[in-house]
Ligand binder design. Structure first.
Ligand code: GDG
Length: 472
Protein backbone atom coordinates (compact mmCIF):
# COMPACT_ATOMS: atom_id res chain seq x y z
CA UNK A 1 0.00 0.00 0.00
CA UNK A 2 1.44 3.36 -1.02
CA UNK A 3 0.73 5.78 1.82
CA UNK A 4 1.58 8.84 -0.20
CA UNK A 5 -1.63 10.72 -1.03
CA UNK A 6 -2.84 13.87 -2.70
CA UNK A 7 -5.52 14.20 -0.02
CA UNK A 8 -4.76 13.86 3.68
CA UNK A 9 -7.04 14.30 6.67
CA UNK A 10 -5.48 14.88 10.08
CA UNK A 11 -7.72 14.46 13.13
CA UNK A 12 -7.16 13.47 16.75
CA UNK A 13 -8.99 10.19 16.13
CA UNK A 14 -8.92 7.83 13.19
CA UNK A 15 -12.37 7.28 11.64
CA UNK A 16 -12.55 3.67 12.86
CA UNK A 17 -13.22 1.75 16.06
CA UNK A 18 -11.74 -1.61 16.91
CA UNK A 19 -14.29 -4.41 16.73
CA UNK A 20 -14.47 -5.78 20.30
CA UNK A 21 -13.13 -9.31 20.72
CA UNK A 22 -10.94 -9.22 17.58
CA UNK A 23 -7.71 -8.81 19.55
CA UNK A 24 -5.16 -6.04 19.80
CA UNK A 25 -2.20 -4.97 17.69
CA UNK A 26 -1.99 -5.79 13.99
CA UNK A 27 -4.52 -8.64 14.22
CA UNK A 28 -7.51 -6.48 15.18
CA UNK A 29 -10.52 -5.82 12.93
CA UNK A 30 -11.85 -2.31 12.55
CA UNK A 31 -15.15 -0.76 11.55
CA UNK A 32 -15.99 2.75 10.48
CA UNK A 33 -17.01 5.02 13.37
CA UNK A 34 -20.55 6.36 13.27
CA UNK A 35 -21.10 10.06 12.76
CA UNK A 36 -21.51 12.70 10.09
CA UNK A 37 -17.90 13.84 9.82
CA UNK A 38 -16.70 10.37 8.90
CA UNK A 39 -19.52 9.67 6.46
CA UNK A 40 -18.98 13.05 4.76
CA UNK A 41 -15.26 12.61 4.37
CA UNK A 42 -15.16 8.84 3.61
CA UNK A 43 -16.42 9.18 -0.01
CA UNK A 44 -13.89 11.96 -0.70
CA UNK A 45 -11.19 9.75 0.82
CA UNK A 46 -12.11 6.87 -1.47
CA UNK A 47 -12.40 9.05 -4.59
CA UNK A 48 -9.05 10.71 -4.01
CA UNK A 49 -7.34 7.65 -2.52
CA UNK A 50 -6.79 9.69 0.59
CA UNK A 51 -4.92 8.97 3.81
CA UNK A 52 -6.26 9.68 7.31
CA UNK A 53 -3.75 10.45 10.04
CA UNK A 54 -5.00 10.05 13.63
CA UNK A 55 -4.86 8.21 16.93
CA UNK A 56 -6.44 4.74 17.04
CA UNK A 57 -7.69 5.08 20.60
CA UNK A 58 -5.42 2.72 22.59
CA UNK A 59 -2.73 4.37 24.71
CA UNK A 60 0.82 2.99 24.55
CA UNK A 61 0.11 0.89 21.44
CA UNK A 62 2.13 1.42 18.27
CA UNK A 63 0.41 0.24 15.07
CA UNK A 64 1.53 0.06 11.47
CA UNK A 65 -0.56 1.86 8.80
CA UNK A 66 -3.51 -0.20 7.54
CA UNK A 67 -6.43 0.02 5.15
CA UNK A 68 -10.14 -0.27 6.00
CA UNK A 69 -13.23 0.54 4.00
CA UNK A 70 -11.19 1.96 1.10
CA UNK A 71 -9.35 4.40 3.38
CA UNK A 72 -5.63 4.39 4.14
CA UNK A 73 -5.11 4.93 7.86
CA UNK A 74 -1.94 6.07 9.59
CA UNK A 75 -2.09 5.57 13.37
CA UNK A 76 -0.28 8.19 15.46
CA UNK A 77 0.68 6.63 18.79
CA UNK A 78 -0.08 8.30 22.13
CA UNK A 79 1.31 7.26 25.49
CA UNK A 80 -0.90 7.21 28.59
CA UNK A 81 0.90 10.37 29.65
CA UNK A 82 0.04 12.07 26.32
CA UNK A 83 -3.60 11.11 26.74
CA UNK A 84 -3.63 12.56 30.22
CA UNK A 85 -1.77 15.79 29.47
CA UNK A 86 -2.53 16.57 25.81
CA UNK A 87 -6.03 15.10 25.41
CA UNK A 88 -7.73 15.11 28.80
CA UNK A 89 -5.51 18.01 29.89
CA UNK A 90 -4.81 20.81 27.43
CA UNK A 91 -7.53 19.86 24.93
CA UNK A 92 -10.37 19.12 27.33
CA UNK A 93 -9.52 20.91 30.56
CA UNK A 94 -8.01 24.07 28.99
CA UNK A 95 -9.19 24.72 25.43
CA UNK A 96 -12.67 23.19 25.73
CA UNK A 97 -13.86 25.39 28.65
CA UNK A 98 -12.04 28.51 27.36
CA UNK A 99 -13.65 28.20 23.93
CA UNK A 100 -17.10 27.60 25.48
CA UNK A 101 -17.48 30.92 27.28
CA UNK A 102 -15.48 29.74 30.32
CA UNK A 103 -18.59 27.91 31.62
CA UNK A 104 -16.07 25.91 33.69
CA UNK A 105 -12.71 27.35 34.80
CA UNK A 106 -9.92 26.46 32.32
CA UNK A 107 -6.79 24.83 33.76
CA UNK A 108 -3.60 26.57 32.64
CA UNK A 109 -0.74 24.11 33.12
CA UNK A 110 2.68 24.41 31.52
CA UNK A 111 3.10 20.65 31.62
CA UNK A 112 -0.12 20.21 29.65
CA UNK A 113 0.93 22.86 27.16
CA UNK A 114 4.28 21.13 26.59
CA UNK A 115 2.43 17.88 25.88
CA UNK A 116 0.09 19.68 23.46
CA UNK A 117 3.09 21.03 21.51
CA UNK A 118 4.79 17.63 21.53
CA UNK A 119 1.74 15.71 20.30
CA UNK A 120 0.87 18.34 17.67
CA UNK A 121 4.42 17.98 16.36
CA UNK A 122 3.99 14.23 16.11
CA UNK A 123 0.80 14.67 14.04
CA UNK A 124 2.45 17.29 11.80
CA UNK A 125 5.42 15.01 11.10
CA UNK A 126 3.16 12.04 10.33
CA UNK A 127 1.14 14.18 7.88
CA UNK A 128 4.32 15.57 6.28
CA UNK A 129 5.51 12.02 5.63
CA UNK A 130 2.38 10.88 3.76
CA UNK A 131 1.35 14.00 1.80
CA UNK A 132 2.48 13.93 -1.82
CA UNK A 133 3.91 17.02 -3.55
CA UNK A 134 1.32 19.85 -3.49
CA UNK A 135 -1.25 17.68 -1.65
CA UNK A 136 -4.37 19.01 0.06
CA UNK A 137 -4.24 18.50 3.83
CA UNK A 138 -7.33 19.03 5.97
CA UNK A 139 -6.64 19.38 9.71
CA UNK A 140 -9.58 18.95 12.12
CA UNK A 141 -10.38 20.67 15.39
CA UNK A 142 -9.09 22.21 18.59
CA UNK A 143 -6.77 19.37 19.58
CA UNK A 144 -4.53 20.18 16.58
CA UNK A 145 -4.36 23.96 16.28
CA UNK A 146 -0.56 24.04 16.05
CA UNK A 147 -0.41 21.51 13.22
CA UNK A 148 -1.01 23.95 10.30
CA UNK A 149 2.11 26.07 11.03
CA UNK A 150 4.24 23.06 11.99
CA UNK A 151 3.26 21.32 8.79
CA UNK A 152 3.91 24.38 6.65
CA UNK A 153 7.43 24.63 8.07
CA UNK A 154 8.07 21.01 7.11
CA UNK A 155 6.23 21.11 3.79
CA UNK A 156 5.71 24.61 2.29
CA UNK A 157 4.39 22.99 -0.92
CA UNK A 158 1.14 21.80 0.70
CA UNK A 159 -2.30 23.36 0.57
CA UNK A 160 -3.48 23.35 4.19
CA UNK A 161 -7.03 23.73 5.50
CA UNK A 162 -8.16 23.76 9.12
CA UNK A 163 -11.70 23.39 10.50
CA UNK A 164 -12.66 24.20 14.08
CA UNK A 165 -15.74 22.25 15.24
CA UNK A 166 -16.23 24.24 18.44
CA UNK A 167 -16.79 27.98 18.96
CA UNK A 168 -13.90 30.41 18.65
CA UNK A 169 -14.03 32.79 21.62
CA UNK A 170 -14.07 36.57 21.59
CA UNK A 171 -10.86 38.48 22.23
CA UNK A 172 -11.88 39.26 25.82
CA UNK A 173 -11.80 35.55 26.70
CA UNK A 174 -9.03 34.32 24.41
CA UNK A 175 -6.72 36.93 25.95
CA UNK A 176 -6.53 34.75 29.11
CA UNK A 177 -4.66 32.03 27.27
CA UNK A 178 -0.99 32.11 28.30
CA UNK A 179 0.01 30.66 24.89
CA UNK A 180 -2.38 32.84 22.88
CA UNK A 181 0.24 33.98 20.37
CA UNK A 182 1.47 30.45 19.63
CA UNK A 183 -2.08 29.22 19.02
CA UNK A 184 -2.92 32.01 16.60
CA UNK A 185 0.36 31.55 14.77
CA UNK A 186 -0.35 27.82 14.61
CA UNK A 187 -3.70 28.40 12.90
CA UNK A 188 -2.20 30.98 10.54
CA UNK A 189 -0.13 28.19 9.00
CA UNK A 190 -3.31 27.21 7.11
CA UNK A 191 -4.48 28.71 3.79
CA UNK A 192 -8.09 28.47 4.90
CA UNK A 193 -9.33 28.45 8.51
CA UNK A 194 -12.95 27.28 8.72
CA UNK A 195 -15.36 28.02 11.56
CA UNK A 196 -18.99 27.09 12.24
CA UNK A 197 -20.22 30.72 12.23
CA UNK A 198 -19.16 34.03 10.67
CA UNK A 199 -18.88 35.52 14.18
CA UNK A 200 -16.14 33.05 15.07
CA UNK A 201 -14.22 33.94 11.90
CA UNK A 202 -14.51 37.62 12.88
CA UNK A 203 -13.24 36.86 16.40
CA UNK A 204 -10.22 35.18 14.84
CA UNK A 205 -9.42 38.06 12.46
CA UNK A 206 -9.84 40.61 15.23
CA UNK A 207 -7.43 38.66 17.43
CA UNK A 208 -4.87 38.45 14.63
CA UNK A 209 -5.02 42.24 14.32
CA UNK A 210 -4.86 43.00 18.03
CA UNK A 211 -2.46 40.33 19.19
CA UNK A 212 -0.16 39.91 16.21
CA UNK A 213 -0.61 43.29 14.60
CA UNK A 214 -1.45 41.44 11.38
CA UNK A 215 -2.83 43.34 8.40
CA UNK A 216 -6.28 42.28 7.24
CA UNK A 217 -9.14 42.94 4.85
CA UNK A 218 -12.59 41.72 5.90
CA UNK A 219 -11.98 38.04 6.70
CA UNK A 220 -8.53 37.78 5.10
CA UNK A 221 -5.39 38.00 7.19
CA UNK A 222 -2.07 38.93 5.56
CA UNK A 223 0.61 36.89 7.27
CA UNK A 224 4.13 35.84 6.34
CA UNK A 225 3.71 37.03 2.72
CA UNK A 226 0.59 34.88 2.40
CA UNK A 227 -3.15 35.42 2.61
CA UNK A 228 -4.98 33.32 5.18
CA UNK A 229 -8.73 33.21 4.67
CA UNK A 230 -11.08 32.85 7.67
CA UNK A 231 -14.55 31.68 6.62
CA UNK A 232 -17.69 30.06 8.04
CA UNK A 233 -18.80 26.57 6.95
CA UNK A 234 -21.67 25.44 9.20
CA UNK A 235 -21.46 21.68 9.58
CA UNK A 236 -24.54 19.50 9.16
CA UNK A 237 -25.84 15.94 9.27
CA UNK A 238 -25.93 13.00 6.88
CA UNK A 239 -29.53 13.35 5.71
CA UNK A 240 -29.29 10.24 3.49
CA UNK A 241 -28.18 8.04 6.39
CA UNK A 242 -30.98 9.34 8.62
CA UNK A 243 -33.57 8.82 5.85
CA UNK A 244 -32.47 5.21 5.55
CA UNK A 245 -32.71 4.74 9.31
CA UNK A 246 -36.23 6.14 9.67
CA UNK A 247 -37.44 4.05 6.74
CA UNK A 248 -36.45 0.80 8.51
CA UNK A 249 -39.48 -1.08 9.84
CA UNK A 250 -37.47 -2.10 12.91
CA UNK A 251 -36.81 1.56 13.77
CA UNK A 252 -40.47 2.53 13.29
CA UNK A 253 -41.61 -0.40 15.42
CA UNK A 254 -39.13 0.53 18.11
CA UNK A 255 -40.46 4.13 18.10
CA UNK A 256 -43.98 2.78 18.64
CA UNK A 257 -42.74 0.51 21.39
CA UNK A 258 -41.08 3.45 23.19
CA UNK A 259 -44.33 5.41 23.00
CA UNK A 260 -46.33 2.48 24.35
CA UNK A 261 -43.84 1.84 27.15
CA UNK A 262 -43.95 5.46 28.28
CA UNK A 263 -47.76 5.49 28.30
CA UNK A 264 -50.16 8.14 27.10
CA UNK A 265 -47.98 11.15 27.76
CA UNK A 266 -46.01 13.90 26.03
CA UNK A 267 -42.40 12.86 25.50
CA UNK A 268 -39.60 15.38 25.84
CA UNK A 269 -36.17 14.17 24.75
CA UNK A 270 -32.59 15.28 25.45
CA UNK A 271 -29.60 13.57 23.77
CA UNK A 272 -26.18 14.89 24.74
CA UNK A 273 -22.70 13.85 25.65
CA UNK A 274 -22.58 14.32 29.40
CA UNK A 275 -20.88 17.72 29.18
CA UNK A 276 -21.22 20.93 31.19
CA UNK A 277 -21.63 22.94 27.97
CA UNK A 278 -24.86 21.16 27.08
CA UNK A 279 -27.13 22.83 29.68
CA UNK A 280 -28.49 19.55 31.08
CA UNK A 281 -28.83 20.89 34.63
CA UNK A 282 -30.74 23.99 33.45
CA UNK A 283 -33.07 21.74 31.43
CA UNK A 284 -33.74 19.52 34.46
CA UNK A 285 -34.29 22.50 36.70
CA UNK A 286 -36.88 24.03 34.37
CA UNK A 287 -38.64 20.72 33.77
CA UNK A 288 -38.77 19.91 37.51
CA UNK A 289 -40.16 23.35 38.36
CA UNK A 290 -43.02 22.91 35.88
CA UNK A 291 -44.27 20.11 38.15
CA UNK A 292 -43.45 22.05 41.31
CA UNK A 293 -45.60 25.01 40.34
CA UNK A 294 -48.41 22.90 38.91
CA UNK A 295 -48.04 23.71 35.18
CA UNK A 296 -47.53 20.00 34.57
CA UNK A 297 -48.99 17.08 36.45
CA UNK A 298 -47.21 13.74 36.78
CA UNK A 299 -48.35 11.58 33.87
CA UNK A 300 -48.78 14.55 31.51
CA UNK A 301 -45.16 14.66 30.36
CA UNK A 302 -41.90 12.76 30.74
CA UNK A 303 -38.35 13.77 29.94
CA UNK A 304 -36.11 11.08 28.46
CA UNK A 305 -32.54 12.25 28.97
CA UNK A 306 -29.76 10.30 27.27
CA UNK A 307 -26.39 11.41 28.64
CA UNK A 308 -23.66 9.62 26.73
CA UNK A 309 -20.56 8.98 28.88
CA UNK A 310 -17.79 11.40 27.96
CA UNK A 311 -14.30 12.39 29.23
CA UNK A 312 -14.91 10.48 32.41
CA UNK A 313 -11.41 11.03 33.77
CA UNK A 314 -11.70 14.83 33.71
CA UNK A 315 -12.73 16.12 37.14
CA UNK A 316 -15.37 18.62 35.95
CA UNK A 317 -17.18 15.78 34.18
CA UNK A 318 -17.25 13.62 37.31
CA UNK A 319 -18.68 16.51 39.32
CA UNK A 320 -21.32 17.19 36.68
CA UNK A 321 -22.42 13.57 36.60
CA UNK A 322 -22.99 13.60 40.37
CA UNK A 323 -24.92 16.86 40.11
CA UNK A 324 -27.19 15.60 37.34
CA UNK A 325 -27.87 12.29 39.05
CA UNK A 326 -28.76 14.06 42.27
CA UNK A 327 -31.12 16.38 40.39
CA UNK A 328 -32.83 13.49 38.58
CA UNK A 329 -33.23 11.66 41.89
CA UNK A 330 -34.73 14.70 43.53
CA UNK A 331 -37.24 15.35 40.72
CA UNK A 332 -38.34 11.72 40.54
CA UNK A 333 -38.47 11.48 44.31
CA UNK A 334 -40.77 14.45 44.45
CA UNK A 335 -43.02 14.01 41.40
CA UNK A 336 -42.68 10.42 40.19
CA UNK A 337 -45.05 7.62 41.04
CA UNK A 338 -44.40 3.90 41.36
CA UNK A 339 -43.59 2.67 37.86
CA UNK A 340 -43.85 6.24 36.47
CA UNK A 341 -40.77 8.39 36.95
CA UNK A 342 -41.04 11.85 35.34
CA UNK A 343 -37.40 11.78 34.20
CA UNK A 344 -35.97 8.71 32.46
CA UNK A 345 -32.22 9.23 32.71
CA UNK A 346 -29.82 6.96 30.84
CA UNK A 347 -26.05 7.27 31.23
CA UNK A 348 -25.07 5.07 28.32
CA UNK A 349 -24.38 5.07 24.61
CA UNK A 350 -27.01 3.89 22.10
CA UNK A 351 -26.93 2.61 18.53
CA UNK A 352 -27.87 4.96 15.67
CA UNK A 353 -31.05 2.87 15.21
CA UNK A 354 -32.14 3.44 18.80
CA UNK A 355 -31.40 7.17 18.54
CA UNK A 356 -33.48 7.44 15.36
CA UNK A 357 -36.36 5.60 17.09
CA UNK A 358 -36.13 8.03 20.02
CA UNK A 359 -36.21 11.02 17.64
CA UNK A 360 -39.35 9.58 16.01
CA UNK A 361 -41.01 8.98 19.38
CA UNK A 362 -40.26 12.42 20.87
CA UNK A 363 -42.87 15.19 20.85
CA UNK A 364 -40.45 17.87 22.02
CA UNK A 365 -36.71 17.75 21.41
CA UNK A 366 -34.91 19.82 24.04
CA UNK A 367 -31.47 21.16 23.08
CA UNK A 368 -30.28 23.73 25.60
CA UNK A 369 -26.49 24.17 25.44
CA UNK A 370 -24.89 27.13 27.19
CA UNK A 371 -22.55 27.29 24.20
CA UNK A 372 -22.16 24.86 21.28
CA UNK A 373 -20.24 25.13 18.02
CA UNK A 374 -23.18 23.76 16.02
CA UNK A 375 -25.14 20.92 17.72
CA UNK A 376 -25.89 18.07 15.39
CA UNK A 377 -28.58 16.55 17.61
CA UNK A 378 -30.91 19.46 16.77
CA UNK A 379 -30.34 18.92 13.03
CA UNK A 380 -30.69 15.13 13.32
CA UNK A 381 -34.09 15.54 14.98
CA UNK A 382 -35.27 17.82 12.18
CA UNK A 383 -33.90 15.48 9.51
CA UNK A 384 -35.79 12.54 11.06
CA UNK A 385 -39.18 14.28 11.28
CA UNK A 386 -40.36 13.77 7.70
CA UNK A 387 -43.84 13.43 9.26
CA UNK A 388 -43.65 17.17 10.11
CA UNK A 389 -44.53 16.44 13.71
CA UNK A 390 -42.69 17.40 16.88
CA UNK A 391 -41.18 20.63 18.11
CA UNK A 392 -37.61 21.70 18.72
CA UNK A 393 -36.62 23.82 21.71
CA UNK A 394 -33.20 25.21 20.86
CA UNK A 395 -30.72 27.35 22.75
CA UNK A 396 -29.75 30.67 21.19
CA UNK A 397 -26.18 29.72 22.07
CA UNK A 398 -26.00 26.72 19.74
CA UNK A 399 -24.49 27.43 16.32
CA UNK A 400 -27.54 25.65 14.84
CA UNK A 401 -29.78 28.52 16.04
CA UNK A 402 -28.47 30.69 13.18
CA UNK A 403 -30.02 28.28 10.65
CA UNK A 404 -32.98 26.79 12.57
CA UNK A 405 -34.81 30.06 13.02
CA UNK A 406 -38.20 28.36 13.37
CA UNK A 407 -37.18 26.38 16.43
CA UNK A 408 -38.54 27.55 19.78
CA UNK A 409 -35.42 29.48 20.65
CA UNK A 410 -34.48 30.06 24.24
CA UNK A 411 -31.85 31.48 26.58
CA UNK A 412 -31.03 28.48 28.81
CA UNK A 413 -29.72 30.72 31.59
CA UNK A 414 -33.24 32.17 31.94
CA UNK A 415 -35.05 29.37 33.77
CA UNK A 416 -38.46 31.15 33.67
CA UNK A 417 -38.04 31.77 29.95
CA UNK A 418 -37.07 28.14 29.47
CA UNK A 419 -40.17 26.97 31.35
CA UNK A 420 -42.45 29.21 29.25
CA UNK A 421 -40.80 28.01 26.04
CA UNK A 422 -41.12 24.35 27.04
CA UNK A 423 -44.84 24.89 27.69
CA UNK A 424 -45.28 26.61 24.33
CA UNK A 425 -43.54 23.77 22.55
CA UNK A 426 -45.53 21.16 24.48
CA UNK A 427 -48.80 22.83 23.53
CA UNK A 428 -48.07 23.63 19.86
CA UNK A 429 -50.92 22.67 17.52
CA UNK A 430 -50.10 20.12 14.79
CA UNK A 431 -50.44 22.78 12.06
CA UNK A 432 -47.97 25.04 13.86
CA UNK A 433 -45.58 22.11 14.36
CA UNK A 434 -45.74 21.34 10.64
CA UNK A 435 -45.16 24.97 9.60
CA UNK A 436 -42.05 25.24 11.72
CA UNK A 437 -40.74 21.77 10.89
CA UNK A 438 -41.16 22.30 7.13
CA UNK A 439 -39.03 25.46 7.19
CA UNK A 440 -36.32 23.84 9.31
CA UNK A 441 -36.24 20.70 7.17
CA UNK A 442 -35.76 22.72 4.01
CA UNK A 443 -32.63 24.24 5.48
CA UNK A 444 -31.16 20.97 6.79
CA UNK A 445 -31.92 19.00 3.61
CA UNK A 446 -30.39 21.66 1.36
CA UNK A 447 -27.35 22.08 3.61
CA UNK A 448 -26.34 18.57 4.58
CA UNK A 449 -22.90 17.36 5.59
CA UNK A 450 -21.87 16.48 2.02
CA UNK A 451 -22.42 20.06 1.03
CA UNK A 452 -20.36 21.20 4.02
CA UNK A 453 -17.40 19.02 2.98
CA UNK A 454 -17.73 20.06 -0.69
CA UNK A 455 -17.93 23.76 0.17
CA UNK A 456 -14.89 23.60 2.42
CA UNK A 457 -12.76 21.64 -0.02
CA UNK A 458 -13.66 23.68 -3.08
CA UNK A 459 -12.89 26.85 -1.14
CA UNK A 460 -9.54 25.36 -0.06
CA UNK A 461 -8.71 24.55 -3.65
CA UNK A 462 -9.43 28.09 -4.90
CA UNK A 463 -6.39 30.31 -5.23
CA UNK A 464 -5.98 32.62 -2.22
CA UNK A 465 -6.71 35.92 -3.90
CA UNK A 466 -7.65 38.38 -1.16
CA UNK A 467 -10.92 40.32 -1.26
CA UNK A 468 -8.84 43.51 -1.41
CA UNK A 469 -5.58 45.10 -0.29
CA UNK A 470 -4.78 45.13 3.42
CA UNK A 471 -6.64 47.83 5.31
CA UNK A 472 -3.97 48.30 7.89
C1 GDG B 1 -18.75 18.79 18.45
C2 GDG B 1 -19.22 20.21 18.78
C3 GDG B 1 -20.52 20.25 16.65
C4 GDG B 1 -24.91 11.26 21.03
N1 GDG B 1 -25.23 10.25 21.85
C5 GDG B 1 -25.08 9.12 21.12
C6 GDG B 1 -24.67 9.47 19.82
N2 GDG B 1 -24.59 10.78 19.80
C7 GDG B 1 -24.24 11.55 18.59
C8 GDG B 1 -25.35 12.48 18.17
C9 GDG B 1 -24.56 13.50 17.34
C10 GDG B 1 -23.20 13.52 18.03
O1 GDG B 1 -23.10 12.35 18.84
C11 GDG B 1 -23.05 14.72 18.95
O2 GDG B 1 -22.83 15.84 18.17
P1 GDG B 1 -23.11 17.30 18.71
O3 GDG B 1 -22.95 18.24 17.56
O4 GDG B 1 -24.45 17.36 19.32
O5 GDG B 1 -22.05 17.57 19.87
P2 GDG B 1 -20.46 17.31 20.15
O6 GDG B 1 -20.17 15.89 20.42
O7 GDG B 1 -20.15 18.23 21.28
O8 GDG B 1 -19.70 17.76 18.81
C12 GDG B 1 -20.57 20.49 18.16
C13 GDG B 1 -19.91 18.89 16.33
O9 GDG B 1 -18.65 18.71 16.99
C14 GDG B 1 -19.68 18.72 14.83
O10 GDG B 1 -18.90 19.74 14.29
O11 GDG B 1 -21.84 20.28 16.15
O12 GDG B 1 -20.97 21.82 18.42
O13 GDG B 1 -19.26 20.41 20.19
O14 GDG B 1 -24.39 13.06 16.04
O15 GDG B 1 -26.30 11.77 17.47
N3 GDG B 1 -24.47 8.57 18.84
C15 GDG B 1 -24.66 7.26 19.14
N4 GDG B 1 -25.04 6.85 20.40
C16 GDG B 1 -25.26 7.73 21.40
O16 GDG B 1 -25.62 7.34 22.52
N5 GDG B 1 -24.49 6.34 18.19
Amino acid sequence: MSLSSEFVVVANRLPVDRVPGTGTGEGASWRRSPGGLVSAIAPVMRRREGTWVGWHGAPDEVLMPFETDGMKLVPVPQSSEDVELYYEGFSNATLWPLYHDVVAPPVYSREMWDAYVRVNERFAKAAARVASQGAIVWVQDYQLQLVPAMLRRLRPDLRIGFFLHIPFPPLELFWQMPWRRQILEGLLGADLVGFQLPGAASNFVRLCRRLLDARYNKQDVFWDDRVVRARAFPISVDVGELNDLIARPSVRERAEEIRTDLGDTTILLGVDRLDYTKGITQRLEAFGELFGDGHLKPGEAVLVQIATPSRERVEQYQLLRDQIEQQVGRINGEYGEIGFPVVHYMHTSYTRDELAALYLAADVMVVTPLRDGMNLVAKEYVACRADLRGTLVLSEFAGAAAELKRAYQVNPYDIDGLKDTLLMALNAEPAEQARRMRAMRKRVIEHDVDRWARDFLSSLEEPNSPSGPPLQ
